[in-house]
Design a binder for this molecule. Structure first.
Ligand code: NAP
Length: 243
């Protein structure tokens, strides 16, 4: 059977893979959850929206005669990744994860690492700070109990229902950003703590670099552990895996 890939997307890596695949004679579709309003143009067919859990994904794989599943979702999209593992088992279709190694602290970094959002929220139950909450929009509500801080939120889209912090500024912007841009933003808002997810990769690293330059503390949320899958870190290895 000719190869027919399903790329689970939502990341720069997924888009880069789509571009690379479009230059070959392989057939592929890229899938999005549909969380953001503007999905970037892709050179391969795309589909948008959930599959309906692992069984829904398995049904899609069989119906569309998918031969290879590439999970190129964000390292914090753990549910989708677990569904991909389960659907691969159900269908016997091979799965690879295209991901990025987590960032490691370097000399000059001032990180406090926590295991998840809940621990980040607990860490913030302290005296008022000026916080850049750089975690996307999905988990903002978890921080609503800590209203004593000023929050700088950077979001891809202006939310339909604005977040409910009493002292907040929303910056609508889509990365990647440079360290110089982020240093200017952090200085302008007099930020003294960044809350970030350890996403890895270069797309959202600028704020971490800027924090190092400015001596700003980072509350770094560790990524969820996803077991039972093979992970690759570069596009060429995915092409080799496809054989
Ligand atoms: P998640 O919690 O792991 O997934 C929740 C549900 O959303 C999944 O069960 C699935 O619904 C649907 N879904 C997720 N990714 C999908 C995809 N690529 N195609 C089709 N359905 C998808 O995911 P999330 O953390 O909300 O992330 C959603 C999307 O945003 C992902 O594509 C991810 O790569 C991207 N993203 C996430 C983050 C982050 O910090 N989490 C950051 C940047 C980008 P069904 O069960 O109905 O199939």
């Amino acid at each position: 059977m000719p190869q027919n890939l399903l790329i689970l997307g939502g990341t720069t890596e997924a888009s880069s893979l789509a571009h690379l695949i479009s230059k070959t004679n392989l057939k592929a579709t890229i899938s999005y959850a549909g969380r953001v309003e503007r999905i970037s143009q892709q050179p391969i067919p795309k589909r948008i929206g959930g599959f309906g859990g692992a069984t829904g994904l398995a049904s899609y794989i069989l119906a569309e005669r998918i031969t290879h599943l590439v999970d190129a979702t964000h390292p914090f999209a753990a549910q989708m990744s677990e569904n991909a593992i389960a659907a691969s088992k159900m269908t016997g279709i091979p799965l690879i994860a295209l991901t990025r190694p987590p960032w490691q602290p370097k000399a000059g970094d001032n990180w406090h690492q926590v295991s998840d959002i809940t621990h980040a929220v607990s860490f913030l139950s302290q005296e008022p700070l000026r916080v850049m909450l750089a975690i996307g929009r999905m988990h903002l509500a978890a921080f609503y109990d800590n209203q004593q801080h000023f929050y700088l939120l950077r979001l891809v889209d202006l939310p339909k229902t604005p977040p409910l912090f009493s002292n907040q500024i929303i910056e609508v912007a889509r990365g990647p950003f440079t360290a110089a841009q982020d240093a200017a933003l952090l200085s302008h808002h007099k930020i003294n703590l960044i809350v970030a997810k350890n996403a890895g990769g270069s797309g959202s690293y600028a704020k971490i670099e800027a924090a190092r330059q400015l001596g700003i503390h980072v509350l770094m949320i560790k990524r969820p552990v996803i077991r039972n899958r093979q992970e690759l870190y570069n596009l060429g290895d995915v092409i080799d895996w496809l054989g």
